[in-house]
Design a protein around this ligand. Structure first.
Ligand SMILES: Nc1ncnc2c1ncn2[C@@H]1O[C@H](COP(=O)(O)OP(=O)(O)OP(=O)(O)O)[C@@H](O)[C@H]1O
Ligand code: SF4
Ligand SMILES: [Mg+2]
Length: 354
């Protein structure tokens, strides 16, 4: 990593003690995050996508200081913020805020909107309740498209979308440099989801805040992100420019995610369905406590090579300017970082065009 980006995660590893006891032996740790590196530029959005259990929230929790980092470094504005000492925690929290999936549990139920948003203003800017703080709260509500009638509302008096807007206003109140949005729109209806995404995009254009946007829906994540990282079982298997990855994925797992996105055109939809069926969809991913020596996607991959069972691929350059972790690019067909789509179509389906 260059060391010059505003926000950098470098070779991050997070392990958890296994919950289950294995006879009397201490079970191996759950390797939830395995050597992840990415950076975010000011005012940009990095999207993290992957199926349930791939380690997305663990990355978020490591950045937010909520879990111990096993190895690796997190840097913000050039400072090492991997394990922020208590006296510096307040300054860190002013720079990095979170918007989480369930605003109902993350908002204090006994406080009205005024206090939910105002507390951060008092804590970080030492502005006590009064006209100045009130005006700031009103401006923040306006920024997320809410009127003053919500000032006296409790969380249970608002809809899911309104609560999520309050969460965004609460995060913005401390004027952060980075907001971590972990499944921030996943629980909302599609129309409300796009309203909240519009709010996030407007806020970014107006304030220049950077986002780490986490989700399991590639279409949504790609829509809001400049760059995306695709996670599979704790590994970042592909990362780079969001649109270029969507147009030409270089990792079979990314292609599987792209092929899962519904298309309005029925012919293209049928073609995608066929491609999706070439993956071994019934295979269970390995347990993160018992990772295989090779590629963890091997048992679902339609184009696995012999080496895939034995060796974990290293990251190599991809056509979209980012990286991919897949032997196809360095062994066998040696795709050299190009799109994997045509190769899967021909190889996995016996030379029949999909
Ligand atoms: N505190 C913990 N103790 C033990 N294992 C944990 C703990 N937290 C997470 N894990 C495990 O780490 C792995 C990654 O979990 P994580 O919640 O980061 O995934 P995720 O990608 O955010 O999934 P989802 O899409 O369901 O939110 C999973 O196998 C999970 O069971
Ligand atoms: S490394 Fe091998 S098994 Fe893993 S995704 Fe690439 S081709 Fe498939
Ligand atoms: Mg999660």
């Amino acid at each position: 990593m260059s060391g010059s980006a505003f926000f950098e995660v470098d070779d991050l590893h997070v392990h958890f003690a296994s919950r289950a006891k294995l006879f009397r032996e201490t079970p191996p740790p759950v390797k939830a995050v395995n050597g992840i590196s990415f950076s975010i530029e000011p005012g940009k959005t990095f999207g993290l996508v992957g199926e349930s259990g791939s380690g997305k929230s663990t990355v978020a929790r490591a950045i937010l200081q909520l879990v111990d980092v096993h190895a690796g470094t997190i840097r913000l504005d050039g400072d090492d913020v991997t394990n922020v000492p208590r006296p510096k925690e307040l300054a860190f929290r002013k720079k990095v805020q979170a918007v989480l999936q369930d605003p109902f549990s993350s908002l204090n139920q006994v406080h009205q909107t005024r206090r939910i948003i105002g507390d951060g203003i008092t804590r970080h800017f030492k502005i006590k309740p009064g006209p100045e703080r009130e005006q700031r709260i009103i401006n923040l509500l306006d920024e997320v498209g809410m009127s003053t009638e919500f000032l006296d509302r409790y969380p249970y008096e608002m809809s899911g979308g309104q609560r999520q807007r309050v969460s965004i206003a609460r995060a913005l109140a401390v004027e952060p440099e980075l907001i971590i949005a972990d499944e921030a729109t996943s629980a909302l209806d599609v129309s409300i989801q796009s309203q909240v995404i519009n709010v996030l995009q407007r806020v970014q254009a107006e304030t220049g805040v950077a986002f780490l946007f986490i989700g399991h829906d590639l279409e949504v994540v790609k829509h809001v992100s400049d760059d995306v990282g695709v996670m599979y079982l704790g590994y970042l298997v592909e990362q780079g420019d969001a649109d270029a990855i969507y147009e030409g994925p270089t990792h079979p797992y990314t292609e599987m995610l792209v092929a899962s996105i519904p298309m309005p055109n029925p012919i293209m939809q049928a073609s995608r369905r066929e491609l999706r069926q070439s993956f071994n969809n019934d295979a269970e991913p390995p347990s993160p406590a018992r990772m295989p020596p090779g590629c963890p996607f091997e048992n679902r991959c339609p184009v696995a090579l012999d080496i895939c069972r034995e060796e974990m691929p290293e990251p190599s350059p991809a056509h979209h300017g980012g990286q991919v972790r897949c032997h196809l690019h360095t062994s066998g067909p040696e795709l050299g970082g190009e799109s994997v789509v045509e190769f899967i179509k021909t190889e996995a389906r016996g030379q029949v065009a999909v």
